[in-house]
Ligand binder design. Structure first.
Ligand SMILES: Nc1ncnc2c1ncn2[C@@H]1O[C@H](COP(=O)(O)OP(=O)(O)OP(=O)(O)O)[C@@H](O)[C@H]1O
Ligand SMILES: [Mg+2]
Length: 254
C-alpha cells in the first residue's frame, strides 16, 4: 500500500521544499520506492534534485490539465528508487485551467495520482506557499500532511491558519486526512527564539510533533543549490542525519 504525504505550510521559506527533497531521498535510501511531486510553480523541488525545468518538454501541468500520460512526465533522479514529477512556471495558471472542466477543481491531483499510485511506496507532495488551489489539491489527495515549522517569529500564527484549512478539508473533501506531524526546521540551539518556538509547538502538539528537529545547517542549503539530496552531498553532516532520522519516524508510523 502506498502512502501519500503532503508537505504544507502557507508561510514562505519554512523548509517545505528542503524537507520534501530530503525526506523523499532518505525514504529512498531505506529502499522505498518514492515519487516526489512538485506542486509549486517555482519548480524548486525539481531544481533541488538537479532537474533543469527550463528544458522540460512536459511537466505536471500537462499531466493535470492536458491529459499527457504521467509516466512520460516522470523523471528519474540521482537515486535509484526516487522519481520526480517536475513543475514549471506553467503551473501558475492552474486556477484558470481548472475552471470549466469536468473534474472538480480540487480533484485534479487525486485523479493523476490514481494512475501511478501502485508504482510507489511513498508519494511526497511539495506544496507552494499559499493555501490556494494547488495546496488544496495536495491536501485532498493526501493521506497525511507534514507541517514544517520554522523556529522563527510568527510560526504559531501560520500553524493556526493551516490547521483551520486542514479541518475544513477534513470536513468537506477528505475525511481521512491525518496530521503526520509538525516538523521543527532550521532549529538553532544557540538562539532563545528557536528554543522558545520549539517548546511552544511541543507544548501544544506533543503527540504530533516529530522527535527529530532539523538543525539550521549550511550543508542543507548547499546541497539544494548543487541539485543533490543532503545524504549524497554530505552523508555524515548533522542535516543528513536529521533527515534520515525523520524518515525513520515516518517509517515507524507505517
Ligand atoms: N535546515 C536548514 N538549514 C539551513 N538552511 C535551510 C534549511 N532548510 C532550508 N534552508 C534554506 O532556507 C530557504 C527556504 O527553504 P525552502 O525553500 O525549503 O522553504 P519553502 O518553505 O519550500 O519555501 P517556499 O515557501 O518559497 O516554497 C532555502 O534557501 C533553503 O536552502
Ligand atoms: Mg518551496
Amino acid at each position: 500500500m502506498s502512502k501519500i504525504i503532503a508537505i504544507a505550510n502557507q508561510k514562505g521559506g519554512v523548509g517545505k521544499t528542503t524537507t520534501a527533497i530530503n525526506l523523499s531521498s532518505s525514504l529512498a535510501h531505506f529502499g522505498r520506492r518514492v515519487l516526489l511531486i512538485d506542486m509549486d510553480p517555482q519548480g524548486n523541488t525539481s531544481r533541488g534534485l538537479g532537474i533543469d525545468s527550463t528544458i522540460l518538454k512536459s511537466s505536471i501541468y500537462d499531466g493535470l490539465f492536458k491529459d499527457v500520460d504521467v509516466n512520460r512526465i516522470i523523471k528519474r533522479s540521482v537515486m535509484k528508487t526516487l522519481d520526480v514529477l517536475p513543475a514549471t512556471l506553467s503551473l501558475a495558471s492552474a486556477d484558470i485551467e481548472a475552471m470549466g472542466k469536468e473534474t472538480h477543481p480540487f480533484y485534479f491531483l487525486t485523479e493523476l495520482i490514481k494512475k501511478i499510485k501502485k508504482q510507489y511506496d511513498y508519494i511526497i507532495i511539495d506544496c507552494p506557499p499559499s493555501l490556494g488551489l494547488l495546496s488544496t489539491n495536495a491536501l485532498v489527495a493526501a493521506d497525511s500532511v507534514i507541517i514544517p515549522v520554522q523556529c522563527e517569529y510568527f510560526a504559531l500564527e501560520a500553524v493556526a491558519q493551516i490547521l483551520s484549512t486542514i479541518k475544513q478539508i477534513q470536513n468537506e473533501y477528505n475525511e481521512e486526512l491525518q496530521i503526520e506531524g509538525f516538523l521543527l526546521t532550521m532549529f538553532d540551539s544557540r538562539t532563545r527564539l528557536s528554543i522558545e518556538i520549539a517548546q511552544q509547538i511541543r507544548g501544544l502538539f506533543k503527540e504530533s510533533t516529530f522527535i527529530t528537529q532539523i538543525p539550521r545547517n549550511v550543508s542543507i542549503a548547499e546541497a539544494c543549490a548543487k541539485g543533490l539530496p543532503i545524504i549524497l552531498y554530505k552523508p555524515t553532516s548533522a542535516g543528513s542525519l536529521a533527515y534520515l532520522s525523520l524518515a525513520k519516524e515516518v517509517l515507524d508510523n507505517e
